[in-house]
Write a protein that binds this ligand. Structure first.
Ligand code: HEC
Ligand code: HEC
Ligand code: HEC
Ligand code: HEC
Length: 448
């Protein structure tokens, strides 16, 4: 009896020691992995939307392309880092046709490894392709018409290497137009085929996602896609992603792209025996005050040329539009802001009244800019309501309106929108009780 129990005790002890040794080995090797510098670092930029300006003003607009350029140059200065850094633009960099060239030339000057295209590039895809051809840059895109003969520069999958490692970038392409199961799954299977074949001979697979959050969550739940994808870089914002338990629900990791140019998200991978053993996401926020000179010159030249042409055009618009300028007039020069505005409830504020049979002066005095200015209403469909000049009030001023179209650097003071002055006459306590409490949500919905 005694002999037996000591035996068991001894056996248990040995087992514990062995488990301890193994655990210790795993932990130390894991720690050893994390303690060394990452093998690959991926710096992602995006959502620039043609805002290149350097105006010296505080806030978001100060985060211009020349500032970003300086930040990137500072980062890549160390040769060790350049050796393991992949510099990726994730798209939505254009606002109109002219802006394509400026953006892409600066990407080239900064040594970007890959330029992925998003929704806004689709509008000027021929220009994007022609610049990529001219500058010899790698483009990531799916379903591009007129891509014939360009397959060497424009593909849905690119494999990039750094030292002995290989990383595949696959794009989801633009979200399918129809939401029905068959269309979505057909499209997703196409993306997954690319992911799976790329995962065979690379160390990591990164998916650039341009689908709505709900849709991507659905396909991830229904398929085993997460197993093959190391990380998903996503343009669509999703509150849920901030919940810590969320990341653990799927086998893949998510990198959300912020609305601002700085800080820039940085994805770091530690690779061991061919596989990503550890991954971390951080942000790179350099303290840059001086813009990059080379890029600043490129941007200034662009604005000067643009301004000359647009100013003349603007004066004809002002002369012609006797009463008030409609959003369609603004759209001639500010296409991307117009497209964004059309997605907000402000663009359907008159339609809301029409649907409820309440087109009456008492309601129109807040729901229609046309009515506010002219006491008439000529359009009741989408595209009429709380309009550009409802917020950009300086354009209602007959003197200031003539000066419109200054170069960013020439503006005396950037006309920032003060919510107390601009929004609360309509968003008062009675009609918008939540406005004060959720001010930043309200503002972020209308900012383009
Ligand atoms: C004919 C071209 C043209 C039209 C039409 C036009 N703008 Fe502009 N706008 C410009 C130019 C040029 C700038 C200077 C910055 C730039 O080049 O993007 C500018 C700048 C702006 C800015 C940035 C701040 C400022 O005032 O400098 C706002 C806001 C703006 N426009 C709003 C509007 C609104 C609202 C309308 C319609 C009522 C409108 N614009 C119509 C050419 C135009
Ligand atoms: C001329 C009046 C007017 C002004 C000025 C105005 N709004 Fe509005 N806003 C409205 C009306 C009317 C609606 C409701 C439209 C509808 O649902 O048909 C609305 C709706 C909204 C919504 C949509 C709320 C939702 O349920 O999604 C947001 C966000 C918003 N406004 C933010 C702002 C901000 C921020 C400003 C100032 C920068 C502003 N608005 C200025 C009249 C105005
Ligand atoms: C003082 C300005 C103001 C007046 C006057 C006004 N509204 Fe609004 N209305 C708003 C604002 C601001 C919102 C957006 C509220 C929000 O989302 O915070 C809104 C939203 C709405 C909505 C959408 C939200 C909902 O409740 O479903 C409807 C419908 C609406 N208004 C109808 C009317 C009608 C009908 C009248 C006339 C009897 C009217 N409004 C008069 C400012 C006004
Ligand atoms: C509900 C308010 C609102 C409406 C309506 C609105 N804007 Fe704006 N717009 C903003 C805000 C907020 C900003 C951010 C800059 C700021 O705070 O001054 C902005 C910025 C801009 C800029 C400058 C972008 C930049 O960063 O240089 C342009 C150009 C512009 N808007 C054009 C338009 C046009 C064109 C329309 C109509 C199609 C429109 N806006 C409608 C609120 C509005």
């Amino acid at each position: 009896m005694k002999f037996r129990s000591t035996h068991i005790l001894l056996l248990a002890l040995i087992t514990i020691v062995i488990i301890g040794i193994i655990a210790n080995f795993i932990i130390t090797s894991q720690r050893a992995i994390i303690n060394r510098p990452p093998d690959i670092e991926i710096l992602v930029t995006g959502k620039m939307r043609g805002r290149f300006e350097f105006c010296g003003c505080p806030g978001e607009r100060a985060q211009s392309l020349p500032m970003r350029a300086q930040a990137i140059k500072g980062l890549t200065l160390t040769p060790q880092l350049r050796e393991r850094l992949l510099l990726i633009e994730s798209g939505n960099f254009t606002s109109d046709r002219e802006s394509v060239e400026v953006a892409m030339r600066s990407f080239k000057m900064l040594g970007y490894d890959l330029v992925s295209t998003a929704q806004s590039e689709q509008f000027y895809i021929d220009e994007v392709l022609s610049q990529a051809r001219k500058l010899n840059m790698k483009l990531l895109a799916r379903d591009i018409k007129g891509n014939e003969g360009l397959s060497d520069i424009c593909k849905p999958v690119w494999v990039l290497s750094r030292s002995q490692y290989k990383v595949a970038f696959v794009t989801s392409g633009i979200q399918p137009k129809s939401n029905d199961e068959r269309t979505v799954m057909a499209k997703w299977n196409e993306v997954m085929n690319d992911v799976k074949s790329a995962s065979g001979n690379t160390n990591a697979v990164i998916l650039m996602n341009y689908w709505d959050w709900g849709l991507i969550e659905r396909v991830l739940k229904e398929t085993d896609a997460g197993k093959f994808i190391t990380a998903i870089i996503t343009h669509t914002s999703a509150q849920q992603l901030n919940r810590p338990e969320f990341q653990t629900n799927f086998e893949t990791h998510f990198l959300l792209l912020p609305e601002r140019l700085l800080p820039m998200p940085l994805l770091r991978l530690w690779i061991h025996r061919g596989k990503v053993r550890h991954l971390n996401m951080t942000t790179y926020s350099p303290s840059v005050e001086i813009p990059d000179e080379e890029i600043k010159m490129l941007v200034s030249a662009y604005y000067r040329k643009r301004q000359e042409r647009l100013k003349a055009q603007w004066l004809t618009i002002v002369r012609r539009a006797k009463e008030y300028t409609t959003p369609k007039e603004c759209a001639k020069c500010h296409e991307s802001e117009y497209r964004h505005w059309m997605t907000t409830k402000h663009a359907t504020a008159v339609l809301t009244l029409k649907k409820r049979h309440r087109i009456e002066p008492d309601c129109l005095k807040c729901h229609s800019e046309e009515f506010i200015q002219t006491k008439r209403l000529t359009m009741t469909d989408k595209g009429s309501g709380v309009e550009c000049v409802s917020c950009h009030v300086e354009l209602k001023d007959p003197v200031k309106v003539k000066e419109h179209g200054h170069m960013p650097s020439e503006r005396a003071r950037p006309p920032r929108i003060d919510p107390i002055k601009v929004c609360t006459p309509c968003h008062d306590k009675e009609h918008s009780p939540q406005f004060d409490v959720k001010l930043s949500d309200y503002m972020s919905k209308v900012r383009h």
